[in-house]
Design a protein around this ligand. Structure first.
Ligand code: AHM
Ligand code: MG
Length: 341
């Protein structure tokens, strides 16, 4: 039997070769991966586990969205798993209004963890791929107690990022700043097995992902870009494009990491005062880090996502990411459309 590399072995070898995975970070990643296994079990049970539908108390999260049962379960699993290990100072989540500081009874670690416990919530009840997204930062200021401010770092300062997609296979995708790797969950053994190394996103693509029902609300640069794709071979791009939209960012990004493409959730006129729908800290930043580490590009139309300095924990951002040449093109269209300074 060929030798199978586990998540633990991968992390230990990375530490030996590059020396950038301190023991607390290794523990953190292993704990998150273990929590994802537990979430995968709940997701898999579906109706048999009484985990479908809306949370009993019909809670709205801080984003004003009604929580699903699995949103709440996944959030609890991640919080409980990460509290006691001594690797974290605090956590933040799409499903929690403010930060969760590690209780006094446990030692405080040097890392900060952010997550969207179950991304693609609208797909839970219809048995379509969903996932968990996570982002890791270092606590920078150690001279005082932890506060929300400690989290407000640009995405380029992430120490690690990844997601787990609960699809036909359960796959954990990870970067610690040395490229992107994928692990597949071996359910019989209960272990994560390295199945893809050095993931690369092709620079060109013929596939885009956007919610087309919002077309009438888009700004001119996005409209121009998509119109040109739709014009196909006869249009200015000279090729036919294909479209995919899973409505789970994890699944759409996973496809792009696997075979290329561009993912767009732009600003639109429905809520003109919001920069976009997706959240910067625990959706856009970890995905942007993975995409860049795989040779792709991620912007909000005008700026590299990883350079955006967050003003608040649940800040939103426009997202354009994936194959480099396509993201560069739509970013150029934004620049050309911007009024001269
Ligand atoms: P969620 O975190 O509440 O599930 O929302 C984020 C999801 C993304 O996964 C997906 O890309 C997007 O929302 C889909 O939005 P829409 O339903 O507007 O197409
Ligand atoms: Mg989400």
């Amino acid at each position: 039997m060929s030798h199978r590399v586990s998540l633990t072995q991968y992390l230990v070898e990375q530490q030996r070769e590059h020396g950038h995975i301190p023991p607390q970070l290794r523990l953190l990643i292993e704990v998150v991966a273990r929590a994802c296994k537990r979430i995968a079990i709940s997701v898999n049970k579906g109706a048999l586990g009484d985990v479908l539908g809306t949370a009993e108390d019909q809670n709205e999260n801080v984003q004003g969205e009604i929580q699903k049962k699995l949103d709440v379960i996944a959030n609890e699993v991640l919080v409980e798993a990460n509290e006691w290990g001594g690797h974290l100072a605090a956590m933040a989540s799409e499903e929690m209004d403010t930060i969760h500081v590690v209780p006094n009874r446990y030692p405080q670690g040097e890392f900060l963890l952010m997550f969207d416990p179950l991304d693609g919530s609208s797909n839970i009840d219809v048995n379509v791929s969903i996932g968990t997204i996570f982002s890791v930062l270092r606590k920078v200021n150690n001279s005082r107690g932890i506060s929300e401010e400690d989290f407000l770092q640009p995405g380029k300062q992430q120490a690690a990022a990844g997601y787990c997609v609960y699809g036909p296979q359960t796959t954990l995708v990870l970067t610690v700043g040395e490229g992107v790797v994928m692990f597949t969950l071996d359910r019989e053994m209960g272990s994560w097995v390295l199945t893809e190394k050095d993931v690369r996103i092709p620079e060109d693509t013929k596939e885009f992902a956007i919610n087309m029902s919002n077309m009438r609300h888009w700004g001119p640069p996005v409209r121009r870009y998509i119109d040109e794709c739709l014009a196909g071979k006869e249009g200015p791009r000279g090729k036919d494009y294909n479209m995919r939209w899973v409505a789970s960012m994890v699944a759409d990004v996973h496809r792009i990491l696997t075979r290329g493409g561009i993912f767009l959730y732009p600003w639109d006129k429905r809520e003109p005062n919001k920069p976009g729908k997706l959240r910067l800290m625990y959706e856009a930043n970890p995905m942007a880090y993975l995409v860049e580490q795989a040779g792709g590009m991620a912007t909000n139309g005008t700026q590299r996502i990883l350079d955006v300095v967050p003003g608040k924990l649940h800040e939103r951002v426009a997202v354009m990411l994936g194959s480099k040449n396509e993201v560069q093109r739509i970013t150029d269209y934004h620049r050309e459309a911007a009024p001269a300074a």
